[in-house]
Design a protein around this ligand. Structure first.
Ligand code: WT7
Length: 659
């Protein structure tokens, strides 16, 4: 399949011919053909793939049900089980002894799990959940380290039709409590502690604290995975050890086949207003896109060693750790630790030792490792043999071209394509991404929509803008893995994603985008709402503001993002206290106290980098905080805009000098 590079503009990185020759989607024509198939008949296209990629207990007869739009249903009358698709069918196909997961612990210890072993573990835990009275549709909260047990717990829920809700192990007791209460969960699976970078961090103690706060009366039991053997309290009648319950259970558990629309999981994420929302995903449509994108975007082959570094606490760890690679019978790495322990060569060392072929990580990690390599030759990737790699990927935030070039050159040896995958918790899987055998690459661009995803850049009226002109990113047609609703709040779902001002027709991603004038390639220009992206972690400014004002000394707070070389965006908070504005050491000390308070309320990832104290905040005469101006001050730039509508223009100088 040569010839696909003929029309590649010189500024682009052409598809390496050797890659294209072996790729599932090996040319631009092959990509165009798939897009044309979807364009011609959207439903038949997705139906064909749903039949090819998934095993159904009972085939679906309906494809898309739009009768209650935007609450779309896909493959609704089909019966399916996600765990069957990820485990049993691989064992039945003769892959029982194939390694499914290579687990590397924080301390470097490696353990391998075959598909047969994984199926047994999942079945035992599924039986244990059933024995505890967990039923189809019940919600189970997982508060676990990055571990095989985490993947097993997700699969075990899926096996019995329970809906999992994973809460990232970095979230605070308060955040955990809120999520347990909102989901009305019946059971929590946690660990005694988690190990990260040589340090043991509490998990069970935080669960205890969350449950003691009240509002979690729906919880009947806590299952505890013994990871470190650290000292914890077990509450009689409520808490049980994972190893004890597993030992009592049979290693066989027939999967519960559910409707394709049955909620596989909830995953809480931040919006621009109010508390985090429980994004609800389906079983059939979600799993289809997980499997399909793993195959086409990552070109996953049977003998690949795939490594997605995301934690199962985020959607990337759901789709590209817990489901996608398993649905295809792949072999993958699950890594407990952090990229900088014991030193900043950990990723490169692991790629070499496990002969990783496909590597998928976040731009923030790449930027941090570039910095480390520049100052310490010993951790430079050139010290390692990375020739096993054939494909690289990034996710979660824009990648700056300089970091892209470094990744391409130093990690990929100039030979590996990079898939810059744009998607969201709500989309379930990749939306705009290169297919590595089909698309010439442009650093910083996620290139073109995945076949069947009808992405467009539109103006406020919902009209497509010409290439070269910025606008708002929408998806015009529903797709199988899309968010189904916000748990318990269908109105908020409609308002957030199908707002009336865009005609109520299109899915509103919440990002701005622009298409390259020449190639039509998409570049994401950032969120258009009050959502921040710090190191690829998504946070609402309102959530952080609420956390700040819950401190007894804080009268008012406004949070904005500012660009940061390492973390993409940094959190900058402007705070008015109930006492005179602090300066000097007092300001430093109070800023630290507030940072710790935010960590307590939400989690360490939400700690503001900058905290500036003022006598007041810049407000319009009607009392609205002018965040636009705060963003300028946060960047350290001079305010040049017209400030005549401000009630108190003098406050700008004070805030600008308060750093
Ligand atoms: C937001 C979604 C994608 C799963 C992990 C994050 C930003 C994501 C990219 C990318 C530029 C990106 C967007 C999006 N984003 N991927 N490749 N290029 N921006 O999921 O926490 O739901 O965040 O992350 O702003 O809306 P999430």
């Amino acid at each position: 399949m040569s010839g696909q590079n003929v029309n590649t503009p010189p500024s682009l990185y052409p598809v390496p011919e050797a890659f294209a020759a072996q790729a599932y989607i090996g040319s631009r024509q092959a990509y165009d053909q798939l897009c044309a198939e979807a364009q011609k008949d959207h439903e038949s296209y997705w139906a064909r793939l749903a039949r090819e990629f998934l095993s159904w207990k009972q085939p679906f007869t309906k494809v898309l049900d739009s009768s209650n739009a935007p609450f779309y249903k896909w493959f609704d009358d089909g019966l399916i089980n996600a765990s069957y698709n990820c485990l049993d069918r691989n064992v039945e196909a003769g892959l029982g002894d194939k390694v499914a997961i290579i687990f590397e612990a924080d301390d470097g210890k490696v353990t391998r799990y075959t598909y047969k072993e994984l199926l047994e573990k999942v079945s035992r835990l599924a039986n244990a959940l059933k024995a505890q009275g967990v039923k189809k549709g019940d919600r189970v909260v997982l508060y676990l380290p990055m571990s095989v047990e985490g993947v097993v717990a997700m699969q075990a829920c899926a096996r019995i039709g329970a809906t999992h809700s994973v809460v990232f192990g970095g979230f605070s007791a308060q955040s955990l409590r809120d999520r347990i209460e909102d989901a009305g969960a019946v059971l929590v699976i946690t660990a005694d502690e988690q190990l990260r970078g040589g340090k043991a961090l509490p998990l069970k103690a935080i669960v205890d604290e969350a449950l003691a706060m009240g509002g979690c009366e729906s919880i009947r039991q806590v299952i505890v995975f013994q990871r470190t053997g650290g000292n914890i309290q077990m509450q009689a009648g409520r808490d049980v050890w994972l190893h004890d319950v597993l030992a009592q259970q049979s290693a066989e558990c027939p999967p519960e086949f559910v409707s394709a629309e049955h909620p596989l999981f909830l995953l809480y994420t931040s919006g621009s207003t109010g508390k985090p929302k429980g994004v609800q995903h389906s079983t059939g449509g979600y799993l289809l896109h997980a499997a399909l994108t793993t195959k086409w975007t990552f070109d996953l082959k049977p003998d690949d060693v795939f490594w997605c570094t995301a934690d199962i606490g985020w959607v990337t760890g759901h789709t590209y750790v817990a489901y996608g690679p398993l649905a295809l019978g792949g072999t993958q790495i699950v890594f407990e630790g952090v990229p900088t322990y014991p030193d900043a060569s950990r990723f490169w060392r692991m790629i070499e030792s496990h002969q990783v072929t496909i590597f998928y990580t976040a731009p923030t990690a790449i930027r941090a490792l570039i910095k480390a390599a520049e100052t310490n030759e010993a951790v430079h990737p050139r010290k390692f043999n990375l020739t096993s790699l054939r494909l690289l990927g990034t996710v979660g935030e824009p990648i700056n071209p300089a970091a892209w070039e470094w990744y391409h050159r130093e990690i990929g040896g100039g030979r590996c394509p990079i898939v810059d995958t744009f998607w969201q918790t709500e989309t379930g899987g990749h939306m705009i991404t290169p297919l590595p055998g089909a698309h010439a690459l442009k650093p910083g661009s996620c290139t073109l929509p995945f076949p069947g995803i009808d992405a467009a850049v539109v103006d406020e009226a919902g009209k497509e803008v010409p290439w070269g002109q910025g606008g708002v990113l929408v998806v015009r047609k529903p797709w199988p893995s899309m968010i189904r609703t916000i748990w318990g709040d269908p109105e908020r779902f409609k308002k957030s994603y199908y707002p009336a001002d865009f005609g109520g027709q299109y899915y509103l991603a919440g990002d701005g985008a622009i298409r390259d004038a020449e190639t039509g390639y998409f570049t994401i220009t950032g969120r258009i709402d009050d959502v921040l992206n710090v190191s690829g972690h998504r946070m609402g400014t309102m959530e952080i503001e609420s956390a700040l004002v819950s401190h007894p000394l804080v009268a008012e707070a406004a949070v904005v993002g500012r660009p940061d070389d390492l973390t993409g965006e940094a959190i900058c908070a402007f705070v008015v206290l109930k006492r005179p504005r602090p300066t000097g050491d007092e300001a430093k000390q109070l800023a630290n106290e507030l940072r710790n308070h935010v960590a307590q309320e939400i989690g360490p990832i939400a700690k503001p980098k900058d905290i500036r104290f003022g006598d007041n905040l810049p407000k319009t005469r009607s009392g609205k905080i002018m965040r636009r101006l705060l963003r300028v001050i946060a960047k350290g730039e001079d305010v040049t805009q017209d400030t005549s509508t401000l009630e108190n223009p003098a406050i700008l100088d004070q805030l600008a000098q308060s750093n």
